[in-house]
Design a protein around this ligand. Structure first.
Ligand SMILES: N[C@@H](CCC(=O)N[C@@H](CS)C(=O)NCC(=O)O)C(=O)O
Length: 203
């Protein structure tokens, strides 16, 4: 059984939960209250020296970096539908995984952390920087979805789970796409039960 160190509003943990659910893998969540700074505790720092969520524990294997955790699970369980072997498809999956981390994530953090979670202490310059970047980023994503239902082809992959976790996160700050391909794609990902289960549950 896997243990995933988790916080319900972590977009990075969300993508891993989506995959665990979609693949029907057994796991338990170990909640880390980020709002109470538990991720900075000495105990958690020993588990993840970055003081970040998520971390996956698989017996003696301990992994941080959400996208790497998803790759690990796919390779370990032969989840080829989620992480295709075909080189062209694999390249697209890797492209969008890295794009999500290197391009989209920065703006998501700029906006959501400062606007939603930091309250009055939020950095308004960071919010502005993030909001200015979003139209360009959404256009890149929309263009990438021009010819396919999902980011790497006709079926969903871990790239979709990763990017969609950030699109949901933006919705917490009322930033939602209006681009047609992007909207249709997000609706398709939202129908995945694993993705739905990864979202904060409404009371
Ligand atoms: N590259 C890491 C980023 C993880 C990350 O930034 N997690 C956030 C929660 S969504 C966090 O722990 N932030 C606290 C911090 O960076 O100080 C991953 O993909 O797992």
């Amino acid at each position: 059984m896997y243990t995933l160190y988790h916080y319900v509003y972590s977009q990075h943990a969300r993508r891993v939960v989506s995959l665990l659910e979609e693949a029907g893998l057994e796991y338990q969540l170990q909640p880390i209250a980020m709002d109470k700074a538990e991720f900075l505790s000495p105990e958690y720092t020993l588990i993840n020296p970055n003081q970040q969520i998520p971390t996956l524990i698989d017996d003696e294997v301990k992994i941080h970096e959400s996208n790497v955790i998803m790759r690990y699970l796919c390779l370990k369980h032969g989840l080829e539908a989620w992480y295709p072997k075909d080189l062209k498809q694999r390249a697209l999956v890797e492209q969008w995984l890295d794009w999500n981390q290197c391009r989209l994530s920065n703006s998501v953090v700029d906006i959501v952390l400062n606007k939603v979670f930091m309250g009055e202490q939020g950095d308004s310059a960071a919010i502005k920087r993030g909001e200015q970047a979003i139209p360009t980023l959404f256009k890149i994503l929309d263009d990438g979805l021009q010819h396919t239902a999902f980011l790497a082809g006709a079926t969903p992959s871990i790239a979709d789970l990763s990017v969609a976790s950030n699109i949901f996160q933006l919705s917490l700050a009322q930033v939602t796409p209006i681009e047609g391909n992007l909207l249709n794609w997000y609706q398709r990902v939202s129908l995945l039960q694993g993705f739905q289960k990864s979202l904060p549950q409404k009371n």
